[in-house]
Design a protein around this ligand. Structure first.
Ligand SMILES: NC(=O)c1ccc[n+]([C@@H]2O[C@H](COP(=O)([O-])OP(=O)(O)OC[C@H]3O[C@@H](n4cnc5c(N)ncnc54)[C@H](OP(=O)(O)O)[C@@H]3O)[C@@H](O)[C@H]2O)c1
Length: 218
């Protein structure tokens, strides 16, 4: 596993893209405390995917995708289940933990040297981060339902985008408690405070709210 400096070098690779590419950023070499951020876009009824477990085009918006990409460009690794992904130009550069019950604890991904398969039943998050070479890395959690739910008490911030006029009956909810409770009720009940509402796409009415924890998470 490569140390944290390797991550910065990877970021530089990504950020050395030509002008106009939104992944260009200042390189930060200082180690940072762990920060866990969640990212999701939901339908009016709080779903991240339809009844078939597929994220439909009706939930995909350019402005939201750009915001998602900028957010992930700021984290050291992404965490997701086997059916979730970010599919961005720099995805191949990112370190990642992929949750699965197919391994007893932690195992290498034979197709991606920057990824590990992780079963939380067999190894702690901290053990997985250490093996990935990012013990203090900042983390982007990108789904799906169970994975979003696992981190509810640990998010420093959860970026929740909303797509109006889209309903996905019997779909995959953003958190296990949805639709019994709204995503906002779930976030608030786990100690996150509603941030300012920002309009991402005025024509389509897509908005994002970053829910932040005022007290330090566990
Ligand atoms: N709208 C959004 O923002 C958004 C965000 C994320 C995902 N999505 C969409 O939602 C759909 C997928 O949702 P999903 O909830 O089915 O997907 P998911 O969490 O990505 O994948 C489910 C798989 O992840 C593994 N997994 C999940 N929780 C686990 C746990 N606690 N321990 C061990 N392994 C665990 C299991 O893999 P094994 O079967 O290998 O054991 C499980 O079958 C996709 O269409 C995706 O594109 C949308």
């Amino acid at each position: 596993m490569r140390p944290a400096q390797g991550i910065a070098a990877d970021r530089k690779l990504c950020r050395d893209k030509p002008p106009g590419n939104k992944l260009r950023r200042k390189i930060i070499l200082m180690p940072r405390p762990r920060r866990i951020e969640g990212f999701a876009i939901v339908s009016e009824d709080g779903m991240i995917a339809n009844a078939e477990g597929i994220m439909p085009d009706s939930l995909k918006f350019e402005a939201d995708q750009q915001c998602f990409e900028r957010g992930l460009d700021e984290v050291d690794l992404v965490v997701h289940g086997g059916h979730s992904h970010e599919r961005q130009p720099c995805s191949y550069l990112r370190r990642r933990l992929i949750l699965t019950r197919q391994v007893p604890a932690i195992a290498a991904d034979p197709f991606n040297e920057k990824a590990l398969f992780w079963n939380p039943a067999g190894a702690s998050f901290e053990q997985a981060l250490a093996l990935l070479g990012t013990p203090d890395g900042s983390v982007g959690v990108i789904g799906g339902t169970e994975v979003f739910g696992m981190f509810l008490d640990r998010y420093g911030v959860f970026h929740l985008s909303r797509a109006p006029n889209v309903r996905l009956p019997r779909g995959r909810p953003v958190f296990p408690e949805v639709p019994t409770r709204t995503p906002e009720e779930v976030l608030a009940s786990h100690g996150l405070d509603r941030g300012q509402r920002q309009v991402l796409d005025p024509a389509k009415g897509v908005v994002i709210v970053s829910w932040k924890r005022s007290s330090k998470p566990d």
